[in-house]
Design a binder for this molecule. Structure first.
Ligand SMILES: *Cc1c(COP(=O)(O)O)cnc(C)c1O
Length: 379
């Protein structure tokens, strides 16, 4: 699905020399690379505060702790996402409220958010799934009207742009009150282990969060709040610094691969290509709204599982993200949920398939994948 070895080839001398410098200095925790990466990412995103941490799941949890959410508070998020999003809500004793997604972009359905709001609702967590922003204009309007926090789960969309209806272009993860991201190796900006970060423009929240990631300390050995230990280590920061410089190039390579896939599959009676929210059908010729963390097709003739099996026999990696809706996962079932409220997610879990998507795909690979998929579906 990804080719991190191929990508490393292009970064080898830079990363190896940073690593040997770090090994020589033994500054493994809080070394200078951590601070410089933080500053570089703040500049790239055009945001006031980036707070690095240990992984994307911690980042989400720390956002919720920083906002002071309390047990019993309801947090609305998407039914169709990676479990980390709902896991941290439950872990903090908050009440997860799952809602359905849009059939074309796979992102949280704003009308469904609105229906789920109660007097206990405190926050919305839109997940920018597969690489493009949820409908942030509408989500921010709802949040304003109902006095809710918006925590963007930006683990899959770093580098994507969101153009609001006023025409203002902003990076994903800089629109809500706070955002989390993950630097897991296969993410669009990935390190060589675990890593994550929190973004915010709110000075006070940033201060609170900087203490939370460091055992609730604002002054050495004074623990004012219950915190966690969540750090990005120096070696990972050095990798991220090197890769951040290439993030836009990497994301345009992904878009280019997506464009080639979509041109082959578009209009097929049994295949739906990913649609970008701005209506460019995933072709993204001139826009940068989608960074294709995943390239995800819908197979509508009931042959999705057979296609997965077929691609496996041809040694073509593929993935089903996600095969089970969160509302049906044992850990998150809740008698308040009604199957009729999850029509889209219930259908997507049976139809989606993600094809190989990374920065090193060449035409030969893409052509082989395209022809293999099409000849199977047409057979
Ligand atoms: C990867 C991911 C996370 C979690 O990130 P980790 O760094 O693996 O903890 C959270 N949310 C979404 C949507 C993700 O894709």
């Amino acid at each position: 699905m990804v080719d991190l070895v191929g990508q490393y080839e292009g970064l080898k001398s830079q990363i190896n020399s940073s690593f040997s410098e770090i090994l020589d200095s033994a500054a493994f925790i809080n070394g200078p690379h951590v601070h410089s990466f933080q500053k570089e990412l703040e500049a790239y995103l055009d945001i006031k505060h980036v707070i690095p941490c240990a992984n994307g799941t911690d980042a989400l949890q720390i956002c919720m702790m920083g906002l002071g959410l309390q047990p019993g508070d309801e947090v609305i998020t998407a039914d169709f996402t990676f479990a980390a999003t709902v896991e941290v809500i439950a872990l903090l004793g908050l009440t997860p409220v799952l809602v359905d997604v849009e059939p074309d972009t796979f992102n949280i359905d704003v009308a469904a958010i609105k229906r789920a709001i109660t007097p206990k609702t405190k926050a919305i967590v839109p997940v920018h799934l597969f690489g493009q922003c949820a409908e942030m204009d509408a989500i921010m309007e709802l949040a304003e009207a109902y006095d809710l926090y918006v925590i963007e789960d930006n683990a899959q969309a770093i580098g994507a742009n969101y153009t609001s209806k006023t025409g203002k272009k902003q990076k994903s993860g800089t629109i809500g009150h706070v955002a989390s991201t993950s630097f897991f190796p296969s993410k669009n900006l990935g390190c060589y282990g675990d890593g994550g970060a929190i973004f915010t423009n709110d000075d006070e929240l940033a201060h609170i969060i900087r203490g939370i990631v460091n055992h609730g300390m604002y002054k050495r050995y004074h623990h004012d709040v219950v915190g966690v230990n969540s750090r990005l280590d120096t070696l990972q920061a050095a990798v991220l610094s090197a890769k951040l410089k290439k993030l836009d190039v990497y994301n345009s390579k992904r878009r280019e691969a997506a464009r080639k896939y979509s041109k082959a599959f578009m209009g097929h009676e049994h295949i739906i290509v990913p649609k970008a929210s701005k209506g460019c059908e995933g072709i993204c010729d001139s826009c940068d709204c989608h960074v294709f963390h995943q390239y995800t097709l819908q197979i509508t003739n009931g042959k999705r599982d057979a296609l997965v099996a077929h691609l496996n026999t041809k040694n073509i990696p593929c993935g089903v993200y996600y095969p089970i809706p969160l509302h049906r996962q044992k850990a998150y079932v809740d008698e308040r949920y009604n199957e009729d409220d999850f029509k889209v997610t219930n259908k997507l879990v049976d139809e989606v398939i993600s094809l190989p998507m990374h920065t090193e795909l060449d035409d030969e690979q893409i052509n082989f994948i395209k022809t293999t998929v099409l000849s199977f579906i047409n057979a």
